[in-house]
Design a protein around this ligand. Structure first.
Ligand SMILES: NC(=O)c1ccc[n+]([C@@H]2O[C@H](COP(=O)([O-])OP(=O)(O)OC[C@H]3O[C@@H](n4cnc5c(N)ncnc54)[C@H](OP(=O)(O)O)[C@@H]3O)[C@@H](O)[C@H]2O)c1
Length: 327
């Protein structure tokens, strides 16, 4: 099969190889998926660059967690799912073979039914961004009736967090770094969108949230935004944060948060509780069946251009998902 792989960490253009590899066979409990699309997420490029453990146990890594395709065959103990359209998540979590290939064998539960109306490229966008966003919105309880602040609302995760909060019945205040990104957040369903570069963010959020304050914050840059979160949250408010890349060792405004009984939830999508994954998958399935989620595909590339796709994610420029067609 055609695949992309690397045998050592390093810059994408230096280490990613495009070529032929032996086709995998589904083991017990696994399904073999003929992939149509794979998507690149920041954690895929961080692993490849060497910032996170990649998993070279077999001497090579086929990157990418997320993808979509059709089940080609099943391993022992799996009910017949041949021909089923699926989206695949966590294919390269704790395993060396991900979705940047024509085929991947994964445990059956990592291949979730994809409704017939949903394009494979959209299916490849789902795993990391949509599940992370779902967890960040729901791990503080049901959003109905709450005021939820979503920072970085035009980011891959933030964009879906706006949508989950809105679908769940919250009032959504979004922040983004450009007016165009604010518009993207509004188009995704945010009630208000604020450019965080314009200053006096606390005041502007406070005016929208009113004296009660914000109930819950979904945050892309915990360290940078912690003071703002502490200032705008109500007593017993919550923060769910999935990244702090600009301030990896953040200074926590302890007393402003303590005086408000703030709870900070750290989120990692890969090993979040199984019950949370099940709830996310159920809600995703329902949303896909009803066309209730919008998606943004920023770039579609060929497998030969996998390095370009990785570099694009590293640049932080694409507004949306970066897809590699694997068929
Ligand atoms: N913990 C997990 O399970 C998990 C899951 C997925 C992703 N992540 C991590 O989360 C980060 C974002 O991932 P992504 O795929 O969503 O990336 P992305 O699409 O590049 O989005 C990042 C967003 O952050 C925004 N941003 C930067 N500084 C900000 C600030 N001070 N206030 C508000 N927004 C700010 C940017 O907005 P503007 O361009 O508008 O400024 C950008 O839209 C990455 O570090 C990734 O590794 C973690």
């Amino acid at each position: 099969m055609k695949a992309i792989w690397y045998t050592r960490s390093g810059p994408a253009a230096e280490v990613l190889v495009c070529g032929e590899r032996k086709m995998p066979k589904p083991g017990p409990g696994e399904v073999l998926v003929h992939l149509h699309a794979s998507s690149v997420n920041p954690s895929d490029v961080k692993k490849r660059a060497g910032a996170q453990p990649a998993g070279f146990e077999n001497g090579y890594v086929i990157p990418h967690s997320d993808g979509a395709g059709i089940i080609e065959s099943v391993g022992e103990g799996v009910p017949d799912r041949v021909g089923e359209r699926v989206w695949v998540y966590q294919a390269q979590y704790g395993r060396n073979c991900g979705t940047c290939a024509e085929y991947v064998a994964v445990p059956s539960r990592l291949a979730v039914a994809l409704p017939s109306r949903v394009d494979f490229r959209v299916g490849a966008c789902i795993g990391i961004p949509v599940m992370t966003a779902h967890r960040c919105v729901y791990n503080a309880g049901e959003p109905k009736g709450k005021t939820v602040l979503v920072t970085g609302a035009a980011g891959r995760v933030g964009y879906y967090a706006v949508q989950w909060a809105r679908l769940g019945g919250a009032t959504v205040i979004a922040t983004a770094g450009t007016d165009a990104n604010c518009q993207t957040a509004l188009d995704a369903g945010a009630d208000e969108a604020l450019n965080y570069r314009d200053g006096s963010l606390v005041e502007r959020i406070g005016k929208i949230a009113g004296p009660a304050g914000v109930d819950h914050v979904v945050d892309v840059e915990f360290g940078v935004n912690a003071d703002t979160s502490a200032a705008v949250l109500r007593n017993c408010g919550t923060v769910s944060t999935y990244s702090s890349s600009l301030a990896p060792e953040p200074v926590v405004p302890f007393y402003p948060m303590m005086f408000k009984n703030v709870t900070v939830n750290m989120v990692l999508v890969y090993n979040m509780p199984q019950a949370a994954k099940n709830r996310a998958i159920a809600d995703i399935t329902r949303a896909l069946e009803h066309d209730a989620l919008q998606h943004r595909i920023a770039e579609v590339r060929d497998m030969e251009d996998a390095a370009g796709a990785h570099e694009s994610i590293e640049s932080g420029r694409p507004g949306g998902c970066v897809i590699i067609d694997t068929e």
